[in-house]
Ligand binder design. Structure first.
Ligand code: ADP
Length: 433
């Protein structure tokens, strides 16, 4: 017999019939062919005997039977047929791979295909984008050394059960993945066995979780400080300062200040949560920015006068309309101009420019001539409770939420906030619609 699966003999049955046959002696081969052709030989013997009894030459009958015998021994064997149920798994693993690659290629989830020895066989485009090109045939540990991932894969290969773990990568950027290993179920008997490793990127979810818990912690902290101070003064008024009208007056003034701070904070928190609720609804009123800016300047005039700052408006003739929500736009410019007055107080002037024109976006720039903002702080200014100097912000009655509110409103208005600042020269907050 010929060895048809040399080097790839997978099934014991095939090995018995084919591959090992080469090592058998010629006698064994002859014996096996005689076994296979015994019916034909018996028939030939009957024909020979019949011809002898019918009067033929004994030599003729003998030659007839010998020819039949030789034809059985020398016949070319037909290749052994693989049992159909077993032929399928041999091909399943390998044959399924290109098809699987095509399907996985359409997924935006990074997926790597590995075999039962944890060698990488293929990766989809999303995996190539996330982890670079992986070399097929190499063990998975050449790319992922994390003991967590390797143990998980080992367990899935051993048990066939899916597993998942959380895994973070530091390079090229900090990312958190839920990595899942699973056996390709309907190819469970395939050779090679195929397993999928999928990587669900949860970095954004984790970031939002962290932001939310930071926010709750910050909000509680911001409220606790004035509350603690109020409590302290109440105790002092009940105790040591009970009969001291001067101290009482002073303490009550501070208490009013703290209570006002708390109510500002609660107002800002409510503003933020209201904005979050309607974040996906784009405003559709036509708002003329010229009267809006005039109104904001007038409402901030007392504060500007107290701080010794002059708010100068540079407005074009006529209307400058944008789609928006008037009250929210008032809130945006109030925050920006108030910040300009508070933090740029030493520049004495806050300039407000309204620009528009054919084919150019409408822009409002609030420019102060104060100390400026160090460049490393600029990208974080719109984070909730982020302040360049907490003490400075508190002394200026800030909550650390003003620019976060501005950002929320502008996002809803499909507008951008551009911050340019130069130390010693001042800061320019531009809203581009
Ligand atoms: P706050 O309530 O503290 O004013 P904001 O969110 O409005 O909070 O501003 C965040 C921080 O950004 C401020 O605490 C301040 O440090 C800085 N900042 C904002 N506007 C200016 C400005 N025009 N000049 C300098 N620093 C500013």
């Amino acid at each position: 017999m010929n060895c048809i699966y040399q080097g790839h003999c997978v099934f014991p049955e095939v090995v018995d019939e084919g591959c090992v046959a080469e090592d058998r002696g010629a006698l064994k081969v002859v014996a096996s062919r005689l076994r296979a052709g015994w019916r034909f030989l018996a028939a030939a013997a009957l024909v020979a005997a019949a011809s002898y009894f019918a009067g033929a030459q004994p030599l003729f009958s003998l030659v007839l039977w010998l020819v039949s015998l030789l034809s059985v021994i020398l016949r070319e064997p037909s290749p052994p047929r693989l049992p159909e149920t077993q032929a399928e798994p041999v091909q399943a693993g390998e044959a399924a791979l290109p098809q699987m690659e095509a399907v996985l290629g359409a997924l935006d989830l990074p997926v790597v295909v590995i075999d039962g020895d944890a060698n990488m066989l293929a990766q989809n485009k999303a995996a190539e984008k996330a982890f670079g090109s992986l070399s097929p045939g190499l063990h998975i540990s050449t790319r992922w050394r994390s003991p967590g991932i390797l143990d998980m894969i080992r367990e899935t290969i051993e048990t066939g059960e899916p597993n998942q773990i959380e895994h973070s990568e530091r390079l090229p950027s900090e990312r958190v993945y839920i990595v899942r290993s699973t056996q390709v179920e309907n190819l469970a008997n395939a050779r090679p066995r195929l397993f999928l490793l999928s990587f669900r990127d949860v970095s954004e979810l984790r970031r939002l979780d962290r932001m939310r818990s930071d926010f709750v912690a910050n909000a509680s902290h911001e409220l606790r400080t004035p509350l603690a101070s109020l409590r302290g003064f109440i105790e002092t008024l009940q105790g040591p300062a009970r009969g001291d009208p001067k101290a009482q007056e002073r303490f009550l003034a501070i208490m009013l200040d703290q209570a006002t701070r708390m109510s500002r904070l609660v107002d800002d928190l409510l503003s933020l949560s209201r904005l979050e609720l309607k974040a996906h609804i784009a405003p559709d009123q036509k708002v003329d920015l010229v009267p809006v800016l005039g109104h904001v300047r007038d409402s901030l005039a007392p504060l500007a006068t107290d701080l010794g700052v002059d708010i100068r408006l540079h407005l074009p003739e006529g209307k400058v309309e944008v789609l928006g929500d008037r009250d929210e736009l008032v809130q945006v410019f109030e925050n920006l101009i108030e910040n300009g007055c508070k933090y740029g107080q030493e520049g004495k002037v806050v300039d407000v420019y309204l620009r528009h024109g054919e084919g150019v976006p409408v822009e409002v720039s609030v420019v102060d001539h104060g100390p400026g903002i160090p460049v490393e702080h600029v990208p974080r200014l719109t984070e909730r409770f982020y302040r360049v100097s907490v003490a400075d912000s508190r002394s200026k009655k800030g909550t650390g939420l003003g620019l976060a509110i501005v950002k929320h409103i502008l996002t809803r208005h499909r507008a951008r906030l551009i911050v340019r600042s130069e130390m010693g020269k001042g800061t320019d907050f531009t809203v581009r619609f």
